[in-house]
Design a protein around this ligand. Sequence first.
Ligand code: NAD
Length: 475
Amino acid sequence: MRSHLKHFINGEWVESTGSNTIDVINPATEEVIGQISDGTTEDLDKAVAAARAAFPSFSQTTKEERIQLLNRIADEYEKRKSDIVEAITQELGSPLSMSEKSHYKMGLGHFRQAAKELESFEFTERRGNTLIRKEAIGVSGLITPWNFPTNQTSTKLASAFAAGSTVVLKPSELTPFAAIILAEVFQAAGLPKGVFNLVNGFGEVVGNGISSHPDIDFVSFTGSGAVGQKISENAAKTIKKVALELGGKSPLIILEDYDMKKAAKIAVSNVVFNSGQVCTAATRTLVPKSKHDEFIEAVKEVLPDFRVGDPQDSKSFLGPLVSEKQYHRVQGYIEKGLEEGATLIAGGTGKPEGLEKGYFVKPTVFTNVQNSMVIAQEEIFGPVMSILAYENLNEAIEIANDTIYGLAGYVIGEDVETVEKVASSIRAGRIVVNGAAQDFSAPFGGYKQSGIGREWGDYGIEEYLEIKSVVGMPS
Ligand code: NAD
């Protein structure tokens, strides 16, 4: 049992002012594995005061000092590898290999990348007699979801520290343990007191408190569109800058000239990765009509390679969904797909055989999906693939863009000119070609209702900066 009932405020672990607690459940076993505090607005006020007090000196640290700090954090993070991997597997249900190769590595990648970006980052620019200065934005409130417990926290934290901003973090109440380890990492790395503050609790109290707090200058949020809207409304009352990383329903366009077996492998892995709980998941697969049947056969062939199973088993590629609520939500969408008349190719409702305990779902594939169907329009957040056949490239692009979202898009093809045409026609913040690997320097964020702002690399650091003009500056 992990019992973490304290918040991390002003460089130390402090008791909560409230007495309520929140149970944390292992989604693979449905057992309670620990508890955190149900934080209060008083806890939040203390954390904000600590961040505010630390801001004047932290914001004045030199770029070199912050590069060293970020590298020390990355070094300490590496020392905690096995703890981070174990915590994420327990709280999220991610298979051990995924927790290591994806979750752990992404967290590390953001701290190392921020240090690297700072080396060439210019905080001042001269235009004749005008000096343009980029200054830390102030106190940042960070609210993160459960699906990538170290990636989403680390990208925000690395950028904030690189910019010289102090922070208050509220991680998801479903996956709080990875963030608690991060606090320990920062302590070990010698982060000055008050620069990082962690308050656990529910969104309605601590999250809501962050978005409306008069002493918080900027809110960076990742999660659902509905909560993103609430945060924007609250933040508007104190004219707070807001960055939102919300949902997606990303299209993956397969071109006619590509090998369908290779395409199927890339497409399926993009849907089932992290049990489909990925905002950039390529859940709408667009296939040329002429290749549809060949593609379906290839999908059926590769699907068993992505095994659902016990997260502790090294052969598992997918673990359970994070919670019972998410399990029922995904079941509802699979039922909806059947009701709407899509053709089920694999998976379906219910739990996979032998996995009756835990929130496991079957990787599910539908074809003959129309883009107007609910399963093609709404974010399912589970391993459910919708295949849509297209007649020509213009139709494919039209379908791809017929969504309220614009977080990501995918192209699979050989011909460079056509790939480029498709990549430039999809209205989304990140296009991935032929299953390319992550690039931590590439800006990440959405068009349309997928969000506002960018994270990762130098663009991520920019979010935590204000711009000042000093006009008439003698040279
Ligand atoms: P959510 O938006 O409810 O929660 C995300 C974070 O916001 C959590 O830390 C939560 O405690 C906090 N929060 C909740 N209510 C709040 C409020 N009123 N004010 C401030 N903060 C608040 O997301 P969820 O319940 O974890 O997941 C629901 C859906 O959101 C998912 O099914 C999925 O569609 C989407 N989602 C998207 C992403 C993404 O990366 N884009 C990540 C997770 C979830």
